[in-house]
Design a protein around this ligand. Structure first.
Ligand code: CIZ
Ligand code: SF4
Length: 365
């Protein structure tokens, strides 16, 4: 942070109402120089200030299509990296709190993936036989790894198409970091469960025998989203018992058993679109992050749609929630003063290779 930037301490004790006024004033001052992006999972008191909203992919595409000098990303770290990689030259991407990470993204790292690649090469030639596929929820250097090794990025909206693309090139896929999205997408394309093996990065050879590796079509990295693991089959069974006409929709980051029991499985965008297109007065059980479920419950209430959160306990993305009105006010007021705090800048080499993997994805989906 430049020495002259306003320190965050002065904001940490600010009341939410004060922050609100200061955010609105700073937005007015900055005008079209700054664009605020808000992810679907963002808390309501931050989301309401967003100029553009959506999932991570939509947001990074949209931010690059604006002429804003500053992109203030109210989401998590990997999303801000994608916005930097795909943004216009000179555009500055800011993450209001650097601690807003993604615990699932952190479950894969470049040294661990490189080790997996070396270990695989003891059994087969991975650059000939294995397409590395990374979920967009991953660090930029892993996207760069995919760019360099003939691989690709996927999101929860396009994972099926991305697997088709991958299998058209090589016979196997190493899918990281979310085993659940990988398994569900493979299952939907007809791959038997026994041909999908979990690769445990903390075990030598992923904990697999050479034979298991040779027989597998998808190697599923042992990673998961803790928020989506809170949803359980019994939540769905109880709902169905109470509401036989109810409809269940889950995110593919949920465990396999939850996805299997659901009527629909899809990304945040799919969840919103499916409920929007449904007849009035329908009742829904939704298995994804609480802020999104609360928001759509309010939005669709006038249509008589009753939307219920899948878990009886609160499960929010706590890292996303680190972007609070205090951090947003701090970031914007610094920009008004001409100071950039918390810039996200992916090193050029990684950015160039990661862009290759992201562009392959955009061409497919
Ligand atoms: O890609 C995103 O924005 C995330 C994290 C989930 C989704 O399904 O949209
Ligand atoms: Fe990461 Fe899970 Fe939060 Fe999504 S909900 S950003 S996968 S920790």
């Amino acid at each position: 942070m430049p020495a002259t930037a306003i320190a965050f301490d002065r904001y940490s004790q600010l009341q939410d109402d004060d922050c609100e006024e200061r955010i609105l004033a700073a937005k007015k001052d900055l005008g079209s120089r700054a664009v605020i992006l808000g992810h679907h999972y963002q808390r309501a008191d931050v989301y309401k200030h967003a100029d553009l909203t959506g999932d991570s992919l939509r947001l990074s595409k949209l931010s690059g299509s604006t002429d804003a000098e500053f992109v203030v990303f109210c989401g998590v770290h990997f999303m801000a990296e994608v916005a930097d990689i795909m943004g216009k030259p000179g555009q500055v991407v800011v993450l209001p709190d650097m601690a807003a990470g993604c615990s699932m993204a952190d479950m894969a790292s470049l040294p661990k993936v490189e080790r997996a690649w070396r270990e695989l090469s003891e059994v087969l030639d991975p650059d000939e036989k294995v397409t590395p596929v990374t979920y967009i929820n991953s660090a930029a250097d892993l996207k760069a790894f995919c760019g360099e090794h003939g691989g690709i990025v996927c999101t929860s909206s396009n994972a099926g198409k991305i697997l088709d693309w991958s299998f058209a090139r090589r016979e196997k896929v190493l899918f990281f970091p979310d085993q659940h999205l990988g398994r569900w997408s493979g299952y939907k394309m007809g791959i038997p469960l026994e041909q999908m093996q979990v690769w445990d990065p903390d075990e030598p050879m992923g904990g697999l025998t050479p034979e298991q590796i040779r027989d597998a079509r998808i190697l599923l990295w042992k990673g998961h989203c803790s928020v989506h693991q809170m949803f359980q089959p019994q939540h769905i069974l109880k709902f169905r018992n109470q509401h036989p006409d109810g409809i269940v929709i889950s995110h593919p980051e949920c465990k396999f058993e939850v996805c299997k029991l659901s009527d629909y499985v899809g990304s945040t965008d799919t969840i919103i679109k499916t409920i929007a297109a449904a007849p009035e007065n329908t009742r829904w059980l939704v298995g994804t992050e609480l802020n999104l479920v609360n928001r759509i419950a309010g939005e669709f209430k006038p249509q008589g749609k009753q939307i219920q959160f899948m878990s009886p306990v609160v499960c929010m993305c706590s890292t996303m929630a680190r972007i609070d009105p205090q951090h947003l006010a701090w970031t914007l007021e610094n920009l008004v003063q001409g100071r950039v705090v918390n810039q996200i800048k992916v090193p050029q080499g990684d950015a160039d290779l990661a862009r290759v993997a992201l562009e392959r994805m955009l061409a497919v989906s």
